[in-house]
Ligand binder design. Sequence first.
Ligand code: 6PG
Length: 254
Amino acid sequence: MIRLLLRSTGVGTMRELFIHPNTEKLAQAAADLITEVAEDATATRGEFHLALSGGSTPRPVYSLLVREPFRDKIVWEKVHLWWGDERCVPPDHLDSNYHMAYETLISQVPIPEGHIHRIPAELPPDQAAQAYEAALKQQFPDEQFPCLDLILLGMGEDGHTTSLFPHTVALAESKRWVVANFVEKPAAWRVTMTVSLINAARQVAVLVSGADKAGMLKQVLQGPYLPESLPIQMIQPTPGRLLWLLDAPAAAEL
Ligand code: 6PG
């Protein structure tokens, strides 16, 4: 594994890059990170608030977490699950991020039902965003923006993260915690955490795998700051920690 430090353009957050030889090692490193943050959060605050990402990259990570040596290290009764974004489909739909997490993780471990804060994306998009924001506000009533312990993110080939897609209205949102966002490609509504909410987290980990992401990763990490075109560049937690967990094919052009 290679570790690099790279200052972001924009706000200037320090990015910690971890380059792993392959996808398997990347998944193990992500499972290690989640376990460590869970142990620390549970020991210091009595609960662990984790926001999951959708897409395909985290699937092997969730599958690892339910097996040893990870499974026994996490106090599942203390885990709260949130989602960074959701596609506007019912929870049993194959495109649902909740559904993927249910199959790989939730159905396998004893997380209390009341700790699983899925985005109710079967509702009209604005209502779903409001209901999810209300659930967050119920959990974190006194905070301007809550500090989730760890937010997992992925990066799309167009530089999006969660459902913060290039040139979409959600990018300009500075007060709301969650919004509905219409995405042109594929033409569909999504519900997404806002940049301000993500940037308030204690830790944010972006998982990127595969050679098809290499060109975009170089632009995002080493190119000029172009937040409208490359929304993931806006992810700069302050004072939180920002980690990029990469595999070698994704990091090949850095
Ligand atoms: C989603 C996401 C999205 C995803 C990236 C990367 O619901 O699609 O949360 O932001 O993380 O598109 O997806 P992959 O891991 O499949 O490359």
